[in-house]
Unconditional design. Structure first.
Length: 88
């Protein structure tokens, strides 16, 4: 199976969270990459200021956390710039 470029996966993540906040599991199902890869891509997007993460305790007895990803204003600008380049 051919490896997808990082920029392609990161762009798909931005498009997915553009409309609403999603957790890692939802994004993972829609993109079809492994969890560790997804975690790295989201971390890179967070470092570049394109998404923000929110942690929510899912199960207080076991201490499980869910991570929710939200697009930032910078992420919206990134997608707008990609749309403009594709239309040229």
């Amino acid at each position: 199976m051919k490896k997808r470029p990082s920029y392609d996966i990161r762009e798909k993540i931005l498009w997915l969270v553009k409309e609403k906040e999603l957790n890692y599991a939802d994004i993972n199902r829609k993109i079809g990459t492994n969890y560790y890869s997804l975690k790295k891509h989201i971390s890179d997007l967070e470092d570049s200021g394109e998404v923000s993460l929110r942690k929510e305790e899912k199960d207080k007895t076991r201490g499980q956390l869910s991570y929710f990803v939200t697009i930032t204003e910078h992420g919206h600008k990134t997608l707008d710039n990609k749309k403009k380049r594709k239309s040229i």
